[in-house]
Write a protein that binds this ligand. Structure first.
Ligand code: OAD
Length: 269
């Protein structure tokens, strides 16, 4: 792999930092074949998020809501971690990364071996009944035989419509995950943003928390972000390519890890 000045810079920033937090977004999973939201081929270019992924859509048009979420679940069941997920897992294992905060609901960080991932927008492994608080594996959300037009999934206990355990538009973030993310951003020496447009609030406040607390900021994203001007390093690069080069600079081995050995469907819990 050719040497990259940005990879050398980020590797030295990681080495110098005594406490590093990473924030990831949908861009870390595009190299696993999952679309992001706001790129040219992003999901929100194809469907209106308020009609497909809001609490109002879940309440008022569950048929359309589950058509969208069942497609995402099916697509996710085939997805495997890529070099970006693997690099972040090994950075954590070797003590270079203290907190991993993700907006992603795909569970690919965990499949790659990352631990204690702060899932700030929830997860697609689970479904919840808002009436009786029961939690189920998300398999329950899929229609029989994968039929996207199957009846909307209902709680086996109280018959209320189930909800994927993701944060929908119009819902609050999980309080404990948000508190953990703010704490990590405010106490780190280096905050690294990977694969997010930083257009969604309040998550896009986390780099401000970090910078205002004295941390250095690095951003790896294919497109410019609104916070590039605050960054010590703004690197327009693919997450998998960039993080693999950083790992190489640090002498870390990225050969396949735990996640690649898991069987089909493990990502859905
Ligand atoms: P976006 O789609 O807004 O941004 C993804 C960013 O990743 C874009 O700026 C892409 O240019 C960049 N990108 C794509 N592939 C990349 C790659 N291989 N390497 C590096 N960068 C790449 O997705 P998020 O910022 O994650 O929320 O979106 C945030 C939230 O908006 C999501 O969690 C979701 C969505 O609405 C909810 O559903 C609540």
């Amino acid at each position: 792999m050719p040497a990259s000045p940005a990879a050398v810079t980020l590797a030295s920033m990681l080495t110098a930092s005594r406490s590093t937090a990473v924030l990831t977004g949908a861009g870390v999973s595009t190299e696993s074949g999952l679309p992001d939201f706001r790129s040219r081929t992003g999901l929100w270019k194809q469907v209106d998020p308020i009609k497909a992924a809001s609490i109002e859509a879940w309440e008022q048009d569950p048929v359309q809501f589950f058509r969208f979420y069942r497609q995402r679940l099916v697509r996710l069941s085939d997805a495997r971690p890529n070099q970006a997920h693997h690099a972040l897992a090994i950075l954590q294992e070797r003590g270079h990364l203290d907190s991993l905060i993700t907006q992603n609901v795909d569970g690919l960080h965990q499949l790659a071996g990352s631990r204690e991932v702060v899932e700030i927008h929830g997860n697609l492994r689970e479904a919840v009944c808002l009436a009786c608080d029961q939690v189920f594996g998300s398999q329950i959300l899929l229609g029989s035989d994968g039929d996207p037009a199957a009846p909307v999934p209902r709680c086996p206990q109280c018959n209320c419509v189930l909800k994927p355990r993701v944060v929908l538009f119009g819902e609050s973030l999980p309080a404990s995950a948000w508190a953990a993310a703010v704490e990590a951003a405010s106490s780190c020496e280096l905050f690294v943003v990977v694969g997010t447009s930083l257009q969604v609030s309040p998550v896009n406040m986390l780099p401000f928390h970090a910078v205002h607390s004295g941390a250095r900021l690095a951003i790896i994203n294919l497109e410019p972000t609104p916070l590039d001007h605050l960054a010590d390093l703004a690197w327009p690069q693919k997450a998998g390519v960039g993080l693999a080069r950083v790992a190489q600079e640090l002498g870390l081995d990225l050969s396949p890890r735990t996640g690649d050995c898991l069987s089909d469907g493990d990502g859905l819990g």
